[in-house]
Design a binder for this molecule. Structure first.
Ligand SMILES: [Zn+2]
Ligand SMILES: [Zn+2]
Length: 138
């Protein structure tokens, strides 16, 4: 699969049986539909619903000058804001998956971990994931 930003071939990263595509060039991450929810649950984060179904119901963010295309269906991705402070993610209009720019997934996960009942445990799991996924592959 090609990165929607730099059009390089992405590598597949597996963590606790959840697969994601990672671009070593820009640090962006693609989750197939519903994999993000699985992953959030695996980390024990009480996140919002990240299914493309739910994300597509949120209002579209208009200010992106260069719309990206879905690496699967080649349709324009829809920009949606999640979290507080907001992170802009790109969602496939055909519900195939979600794209995070480099650093966005880290930002979002850290944010969510901080809001759990035991932020230290949650942060540990998040860091473990981020370490597993991104560290050795730069
Ligand atoms: Zn890239
Ligand atoms: Zn698509």
């Amino acid at each position: 699969m090609l990165c929607p930003v730099c059009h390089k071939v992405m590598i597949i990263v597996e963590h606790h049986r959840i697969e994601l595509d990672y671009c070593t060039q820009c640090g962006g991450v693609w989750f197939d539909a519903s994999e993000l929810d699985l992953f959030i649950n695996a980390c024990g984060l009480p996140g919002p619903d990240f299914s493309p179904e739910t994300l597509l119901r949120k209002p579209e963010v208009k200010e992106t000058p260069h719309p990206r295309k879905c690496p699967l269906c080649r349709q324009k991705l829809r920009d949606v804001a999640i979290g507080e402070p907001a992170v802009i993610v790109d969602v496939c209009r055909r519900r195939q998956g979600i794209w995070f720019d480099g650093g966005e997934i880290q930002q979002l996960l850290t944010q969510m971990a901080a809001r759990t009942a035991s932020p230290e445990d949650a942060s540990k799991k998040v860091l473990e994931f981020l370490g597993d996924t991104f560290k050795a592959r730069k």
